[in-house]
Design a protein around this ligand. Structure first.
Ligand code: NAD
Length: 279
């Protein structure tokens, strides 16, 4: 059984500490979200990753409130959808997210995609800076930002995101982007950290898993933790929710890490951020 205190935290550039393992709830129906969140919190999770676009902020809020864990011990992330980008629209959309969640602040608020064709992410970022100044958000970050998008925010506002949440798994390891994050002081958060479960049968992962007496999913998540990445694996199955945070009884050695590094194939599961501006 994993205790919340077993899970390390990553300290962001603004001093805010994020649990390195959280629950992702993309594609979890609103009606199922509360149960998944309660199961996760009982299994030792303290961090939940949702988004306005997931249409389950209401269920997530119910799960948080009924978990029995004080708000101050929980870490809640939500995201602003593309159609709400812009200074005024972002502030309004944030209020709506807060209302659906039933919270009076959010721990981490992310711009979901840069949506470069809209060219509104800098104004959106100025709204995020204001939300943080008002104390409504503890930490502000982005998702799916490419190096040029990150650099533009810094050049035009002087404020770097604390986090960039990006597609990252053994088949798409984002080495170049991670180097830019290190340069700018941005923490890396992996979405689809398990590659949506599609390559867990890979023989390399299966062999490493057998050697440590754990599952391939646990090997992949442990690889992320040892890289310093924050992970938010998604599951609604209680046994998998527990398995995905039970990562602290084994350690990958250099040979394991090198074998997993060799699985890079340059293939994304999601859209390319330069080309995705869906509203
Ligand atoms: P994931 O890599 O977390 O994979 C989840 C899938 O893997 C599950 O649906 C299940 O089929 C399988 N799985 C989970 N645990 C398993 C286990 N222990 N053993 C075997 N199979 C297992 O994929 P995801 O849901 O795409 O990503 C995780 C979270 O990242 C999302 O829920 C969401 O919160 C976030 N996300 C963000 C963005 C973004 O644009 N910011 C995009 C996609 C996802």
């Amino acid at each position: 059984m994993t205790r919340a205190t077993d899970v390390p935290t990553v300290t962001l550039s603004d001093g805010v500490a994020v649990p390195q393992v959280g629950l992702g709830v993309w594609q979890v129906p609103d009606a199922d979200a509360a149960a998944a969140v309660r199961t996760a919190i009982a299994a030792g999770y303290r961090s939940i990753d949702t988004a306005a676009a997931y249409n389950n902020e209401g269920g997530v809020g119910d799960g948080l409130r009924s978990s029995g864990v004080p708000r101050a011990e929980l870490f809640v992330t939500t995201k602003l959808w593309n159609s709400e980008q812009g200074f005024d629209a972002a502030a309004e959309a944030f209020d709506e997210s807060l209302g659906r969640l039933g919270l009076d602040y959010v721990d981490l608020y992310l711009i979901h995609w840069p949506a470069p064709a809209l060219d509104r992410y800098v104004d959106t970022w100025r709204a995020f800076i204001a939300l943080r100044a008002e104390g409504l958000v503890r930490s502000i970050g982005v998702s799916n930002f490419q190096p040029a998008h990150l650099r533009r925010l810094v050049e035009e506002t002087g404020v770097a995101p604390t986090v960039n949440q990006v597609e990252l798994h053994p088949r798409f390891q984002q080495a170049e982007l991670r180097a830019v994050h290190a340069e700018l002081g941005v923490a890396t958060e992996a979405w689809s950290p398990l590659g949506q479960g599609r390559s867990l049968g890979d023989p390399t992962l299966v062999a490493v898993a057998a050697r440590h007496g754990v599952s391939a999913a646990q090997v992949v998540l442990r690889w992320h933790l040892q890289l310093g990445t924050i992970v938010i694996p998604k599951s609604v199955t209680p046994a998998r929710i527990e398995e995905n945070i039970d990562l602290f009884g084994f350690e990958l050695d250099d040979a394991d890490m090198a074998a997993i590094a060799g699985l890079e194939s340059g293939t994304r599961l999601g859209p390319h951020p330069d080309e995705f501006s869906m509203t």
